[in-house]
Write a protein that binds this ligand. Structure first.
Ligand code: AMP
Ligand code: GLY
Length: 421
């Protein structure tokens, strides 16, 4: 079968590596891809916003499955357009992607179907929002309703911060995403991510992971898309994972079906594991980046077979993953998460990949005059697979230290929380 993968980040390089191993695969195309995906697939210059162009390409190349990596085309309805054209896709419909595209939609669904999450209210009016934060006090969390590239959330530890966040939001800081605010209870505990494959009717647990969102060591500094991750997350014991499936994921799949927008694709639950068990912080409707990179390193089943099973409503009972730990360190370009310095030279990736258990994934890279250079904020992901978090951490940093990227930086403490346990 021919497959088209949409996206260009580290997540898509990891997915491309896993898809390329499939015995079901004939040809793999990635749109637009990156220099990493070019090593295992054909990169094609297609714009995911141009639905007609994507459909025409799929017809011309006899694509049997389209795998959509990022959230934007899902929220805009790429899967609906493909299905309407008689093409098969992995990912949710536009209506089902509201689980990621509208925080208010998700909170209302949780309230209606008794899915554990923090108390909340939705606001379109600045004064009412301000009155609410003053009534509730801090800590409190202020969110833009729509997609804001991970920047639309303020965890306000003081009332003043909360008031400023409300003001910023209603002053247009997040554009259309901030036309509405969701203000919610601050949840205490340890964060973890949990991924489940869903086929509209059923869900099967995929894996757990933990991300490191802050740019600096010790979880300091501004938020990023993720500076590193590992899988599995030790806090996600079999008992907690079973509770997440039973109390959060399965009720959500049932609720979405009941609401007439069955969810098919990968459901990414951002969780807070507190004293009374797991609560939902938010949903994403795609694989996480860089969580995908570590989960793919552990996957033992055929990815293409699994994604097809999702699209065709015949999910297996279980997904097989290695019991080992995978850990990834993100190499970012200096300046990230502000304006990253582009064009920094990258050398000796092959030295890192000579280390057994180390894989280097491309995110924001490009080839310029025969030289690999940085072309984005998050540039490379060094992934290591080993017997424990500590071993995977040591191995990943050996890989990092083998790479020459003078205009890059990384955190030196990925995995610290799990190693400390
Ligand atoms: P989100 O974009 O919704 O994942 O939020 C970004 C980050 O803000 C999360 O990863 C959490 O660290 C934090 N956060 C969001 N909502 C809450 C909440 N209700 N309680 C505590 N922390 C939160
Ligand atoms: N790493 C977090 C995300 O993909 O949303």
């Amino acid at each position: 079968m021919n497959v088209l993968l949409i996206g260009s980040g580290g997540r898509e390089h990891a997915l491309a590596l896993a898809l390329a191993k499939s015995p079901l695969l004939d040809r793999l195309f990635v749109a637009p891809g990156n220099p990493g995906t070019a090593q295992v697939a054909h990169n094609v210059a297609l714009d995911a916003n141009d639905f007609a162009g994507v459909i025409a390409f799929c017809r011309a190349e006899a694509i049997g499955l389209v795998v959509v990596g990022p959230e934007q085309p899902l929220v805009e309805g790429l899967v609906d357009a493909l299905e309407a054209a008689g093409l098969r896709a992995f990912g949710p419909s536009k209506a089902a992607a509201r689980l990621e595209g509208s925080k208010g939609f998700t909170k209302d669904l949780c309230a209606k179907y008794d899915i554990p999450t923090g108390a909340y209210e939705r606001f379109v009016d600045r004064e009412k929002a301000l009155a609410y934060v003053r009534e509730k006090g801090a800590p409190i969390v202020v969110k833009a309703d729509g997609l804001a590239a991970g920047k639309g959330v303020v965890v306000a530890m003081t009332l003043e911060q909360a008031e400023q966040a409300v003001d910023a939001l209603f002053s247009g800081a997040f554009g259309a995403a901030g036309a509405e605010a969701v203000i919610e209870e601050w949840l205490d505990g340890e964060e973890a991510s949990f991924f489940a494959l869903c086929d509209g009717e059923k869900a099967v647990a995929f894996a757990s992971a933990q991300d490191h969102k802050r740019v600096g060591d010790g979880d300091q500094g501004p938020n990023t898309g993720g500076m590193g991750a590992f899988s599995p997350a030790p806090i996600m014991t079999p008992e907690i994972s079973a509770r997440v499936m039973r109390e959060i994921v399965e009720p959500t799949v049932a609720a979405m079906k009941a609401e007439g927008c069955p969810f098919s694709g990968v459901l990414f639950a951002g969780l807070m594991i507190g004293k009374d068990g797991p609560k939902l912080i938010e949903y994403n409707t795609r694989f996480g980046d860089p969580e995908c990179q570590v989960m793919m390193a552990r996957l033992e089943d055929d990815l293409l077979g699994l994604l097809l099973a999702c699209a065709e409503r015949r999910l297996p009972e279980q997904v097989r993953l290695s019991a080992k730990t995978a850990l990834t360190v993100v190499l970012a370009a200096r300046g990230y998460p502000g304006t990253p310095l582009k064009g920094g030279r990258i050398e000796a990736i092959d030295e890192a990949e000579k280390i057994p258990g180390v894989t280097v994934i491309h995110a924001g890279t490009k080839i310029e005059g025969g030289q690999l250079v940085a072309n984005g904020g998050r540039v490379l992901n060094v992934v290591a697979l080993a017997g424990s978090v500590a071993e995977a951490q040591a191995l990943a940093y050996r890989g990092v230290d083998a790479i020459r990227f003078p205009d890059g930086f990384c955190r030196r403490d990925i995995g610290w929380r799990a190693i400390g346990r």
